[in-house]
Ligand binder design. Structure first.
Ligand code: SRM
Ligand code: SF4
Length: 563
């Protein structure tokens, strides 16, 4: 295995994800787990981190870093019940840092859990009938599907398909039950098998989303595999299949790049699972296991060519894909506030800035959601835009929800720019962050809002996204304004992404600080206000006006960023 990456060795020796995790958890001499286990724990939904705000001081005091763990609970299509919400909320306060974090993949994260509290936290998540298994790691991650659609039955069908697919692609190892839930130890893992993944799982993470046009809230073209619902006469007739999307890149490594998915063709709803399995096993067998930075499906497709890839999928699935249908996307943001669906059920989308549910002064979104969960009879759905939908409210129950939203100060005035903003977690928990993200974007938006107001653009829903490093967790390369951390206080500014998520943006300015961002955007926004055409989006304008170079439109677009 000499050519294989170190993580491949760790997986191969892990006995289907056991590693030495049990011993690591029992070791009271350190707040950390063994180094190899930090890779294996990801498959169990756990990341070892340390509080980076405390690093220097801990070092000065000659203490080990303040090790804390992030736990991710996955939920296909972002759906959970009020009882599950209450269980997670209790854990946030008992074992985590008193906040709940909604992620850009419709999942929940807990931050700040110490080692000895991992077991009770994971036990309680499972008691609530949720799981952290495969929330991270080289496997299929949380499967996304739209949380709201005026077409209730189509939403239901895509959510059910997402759940079935998540189940089908879930690891089969008994390690999770054994380590976290007191399940019986197997004498040997040889009795077990991973029918889809095999003993070394995938070369890298793998991501799937369902979308219902015209809403592209899940950024379907940024996913390894996408299913775009095709609806005729209000009936779901099947899906366009897309493959090869991904955001991650590394500064200074030109062979890494964000890429939008290609469209492969059309399939019927019954063909979703065989086609998905064919894509996953193709990536399992042909993905790069020597270099993790080059191991995502997007690179496998670029190496082997799209024709080869399509032929391989069709052969493995025993399915011939039909020509894709025309689709148009016109919106990516969530429909904030109340929305009624075709069956007369009401859904309230609550804006949660950067996904952090917390109590801050009079704005008590965490407590407010707890109060709502105590009376709500429908369900909750997390959105890929880091918001929460209080779903399935009867007309009679609306007033009660409204009263709680206002009692807990949960609705704060927010401009369209803020409502269309996303920031990844970044500092202080993310070990890969080069710059602030979640803690900084709200302030920057205050300043940009002033610029927009000065140019009479306060009603413009410009999509702005920030990440603390180039990995792209808030999908910044499909934003109209993308800010990607390079170093403390310094960002690369990308402009010109398509409003519909179907065009990558371009690098516009490097290493800009707070004032540099404002200075770079001020003349562009003024020009936009002066010269834009009717209904022209900012991302389209900067391309048309020549502020950034044009890139090809359409699903096959691919752009290698300048580094
Ligand atoms: Fe991510 C790694 C947070 C969505 C691309 N991501 C990380 C880690 C786990 C850092 C690490 O490896 O040590 C971050 C934990 C931070 C923390 O303290 O919580 C992290 N990623 C997140 C979340 C929480 C961002 C958020 O603010 O919501 C999202 C959790 C999603 C979930 O529930 O599963 C999150 N990450 C994404 C997305 C968006 C998406 O999935 O649609 C992407 C871009 C799409 C893609 O995968 O290409 C993304 N994360 C990455 C990458 C780059 C992967 C690559 O191909 O290069 C890394 C780094 C890695 O894997 O080595 C990464
Ligand atoms: Fe961390 Fe980078 Fe992802 Fe932000 S984009 S959460 S800084 S890995």
């Amino acid at each position: 295995m000499t050519d294989f990456s170190e993580v491949e060795r760790i997986k191969a020796e892990s006995r289907l994800l056991r590693g030495t995790l049990a011993a690591s958890l029992a070791d009271a001499a350190t707040g950390a787990i063994a180094e190899d286990d930090t890779q294996i724990s990801k498959f169990h939904g756990i990341y070892q981190q340390d509080d980076r705000d405390l690093r220097a001081e801990r070092r000065r005091q000659k203490l080990e870093p303040a090790y804390r763990f992030m736990i991710r609970a996955r939920m296909p299509a972002g759906i959970c019940t009020p009882a599950q919400w209450l269980a997670l909320d209790a854990l946030a306060n008992t074992y985590a840092n008193g906040t709940l974090r909604v992620t850009t993949r419709q999942a929940f994260q807990f931050h700040g859990v110490i080692k000895r509290d991992l077991k009770p936290t994971i036990g309680a998540i499972n008691e609530a009938l949720l799981s952290t298994l495969a929330a991270c790691g080289d496997v299929n991650r949380n499967v996304m599907a739209p949380p709201v659609s005026a077409l209730a039955s189509i939403r239901e069908q895509t959510a059910a398909a997402a759940a079935a697919l998540a189940d089908h692609l879930s690891p089969r190892t008994g390690a999770y039950h054994e380590i976290w839930l007191g399940g019986d130890k197997l004498a040997s893992s040889e009795a077990e098998s991973e029918p889809v993944y095999g003993a070394t799982y995938l070369p890298r993470k793998f991501k799937i989303a369902f979308a219902i046009p015209p809403l592209n809230d899940v950024d379907v073209h940024a996913q390894d595999l996408g299913f775009i619902a095709i609806v005729e006469d209000r009936e779901l007739i099947g899906y366009n299949v897309t493959a090869g999307g991904g955001m991650g890149m590394s500064h200074g490594l030109a062979e890494t790049y964000p890429r939008l998915a290609d469209t492969l063709g059309f399939i019927t709803p019954e063909q979703v699972i065989p086609v998905a399995e064919a894509v996953v096993t193709t990536q399992r067998d042909h993905g790069d296991r020597t270099e993790r930075k080059h191991a995502r499906l997007k690179y496998t497709i670029d190496e082997h060519g799209l024709d080869w890839f399509l032929a391989e999928i069709q052969r493995r699935a025993g399915v011939e894909l039909a020509p894709a249908h025309e689709v148009a996307f016109s919106q990516r943001g969530d429909p904030h506030g109340w929305l009624e669906d075709e069956r007369g059920a009401w859904h309230y989308t609550l804006f949660v800035e950067n996904g952090r549910l917390a109590d801050r002064g009079e704005a008590r979104q965490l407590s407010g959601m707890r109060a709502i969960a105590q009376v709500h009879e429908g369900e909750f759905r997390l959105t890929a835009n880091q918001n929460v939908v209080i779903a399935g409210v009867s007309a009679d129950a609306r007033a009660g929800i409204d009263a709680l939203l206002s009692e807990y100060g949960m609705i704060r005035p927010a401009t369209p720019l803020r409502l269309n903003s996303l920031a990844c977690v970044g500092l202080p928990t993310c070990g890969l962050a080069l710059a602030e993200s979640e803690r900084y974007l709200p302030e920057l938006i205050d300043r940009l809002d002033k610029l927009l107001a000065d140019s009479g653009l306060d009603d413009e829903p410009i999509v702005i996204r920030m990440t603390g490093c180039p990995n792209g967790c808030a999908r910044p390369y499909v934003a109209e304004i993308g800010l990607v951390g390079k170093a403390e206080g310094s960002y690369n500014l990308f402009l010109g992404g398509g409003f519909d998520g179907r065009r990558l943006n371009r690098l516009y300015a490097e290493n800009v600080d707070d004032q540099g961002i404002v200075d770079a955007l001020a003349p562009l926004l003024a020009d936009y206000a002066a010269r834009r055409e009717a209904d022209e989006r900012f991302g389209d304008f900067v391309v048309r006006a020549g502020h950034v170079a044009a890139v090809a439109e359409g699903p096959q677009v691919q752009q290698r960023q300048q580094n």
